[in-house]
Write a protein that binds this ligand. Structure first.
Ligand code: ADP
Length: 289
């Protein structure tokens, strides 16, 4: 039996298919910052889940978070709309600025923050109500002035779902296919005109065709909404994002605990074709993770 050395192992390469927009990504310092993460350390009880994370998310871009399971990608994503507030043992140190304001400041109204920072989850989660009511809910709760029908239509068009549902707006959202339900959730998120849309593995429950539609949609809406996506699928990160942040976990040998840290953050093209850090290279070429 021949034993493969690491050097002789076949290396998996990712077809980056980097979108044209990503190839012309401007240097970060020339871009307007939508979300600024400064010295963020996050703890669940005694366990540190994120160590000293710093990164700037530029406005109107898609930024992907990649890395092995448990490295804190979803945890960081959930910081951006303070979803982690719902976890009693979670403590966040450092600053996260959105539009120049620290969202962890005591004076911040969390309900308003969540209107500005929408979220789409792994599994489509429409309310058990009509298609119309799902989209109208946010504008109604936020006391939107203006024509609700128009707002619903605009959001459904924005989510590339209008043509498929315009004749059955009163039908239950639960009768839609999985892909349609996820686009409905995107419509629900954008109906309140957020600045940032967080997506936590939005395609992991979808088939390839529905996935492709969501990916196309992300490209269409990113000029209006900054999108941050957590994905386990590296091809997806390569296809949809302009910038990619690679996280990993580091083991503390004394306590035998793992802490997530940001290893490298750069244009998607650079991360997948010529990363600076060996850990990134090992991950994107499939040697690790
Ligand atoms: P990823 O999204 O990269 O898979 P997560 O952010 O889900 O990673 O998790 C990072 C670490 O934080 C993991 O060790 C996980 O077990 C831990 N963790 C996540 N959510 C909670 C929670 N609600 N309570 C305690 N620990 C948590």
């Amino acid at each position: 039996m021949t034993t493969m050395t690491e050097a002789s192992m076949p290396r998996m390469t990712i077809e980056t298919e980097v979108p044209a927009s990503a190839r012309t990504v401007k240097p970060l310092q020339d871009l307007e910052v939508a979300v600024k993460v400064r010295d963020v350390n996050l703890f669940y009880g005694d366990k540190q889940a994120l160590f000293d994370v710093n990164l700037n998310i530029p406005r109107g871009h898609v930024v992907a978070f990649i890395g092995p399971s448990g490295c804190g990608k979803s945890t960081l994503l959930r910081c951006f709309n303070r979803m982690n507030d719902l976890v009693d043992i979670c403590r966040v140190e450092g600053q996260i600025e959105i539009d120049g304001r620290n969202i962890y400041d005591r004076s911040v109204n969390v309900a308003q923050l969540r209107r500005r920072v929408g979220m789409v989850f792994q599994k489509p989660n429409p309310f058990p109500k009509s298609i119309y009511e799902n989209v109208a809910f946010g504008p109604k709760v936020n006391g939107m002035k203006g024509n609700l029908d128009d707002a619903v239509e605009q959001a459904l068009r924005g989510a590339a779902l209008w043509d498929e549902v315009k004749d059955r707006l009163k039908a239950s959202a639960l009768g839609l296919s999985g892909g349609q339900q996820q686009r409905l959730c995107i419509a629900r998120a954008i109906a309140v005109d957020p600045e940032v849309v967080l997506m936590d593995e939005p395609c992991s429950a979808l088939d390839p065709i529905a996935t492709a539609r969501i990916e196309d949609l992300m490209q269409e809406i990113k000029t209006e909404y900054t999108i941050i996506i957590v994905t386990h699928n590296m091809q997806q990160a390569a296809r949809v994002s302009d910038r990619t942040a690679f996280f990993t976990t580091e083991v503390n040998p004394e306590s035998d605990t793992r802490t997530g840290l940001l290893v490298e953050y750069d244009t998607t093209e650079k991360i997948f074709s010529n990363p600076s850090d060996e850990r990134t290279e090992n991950y994107v070429t499939g040697r690790f993770g």
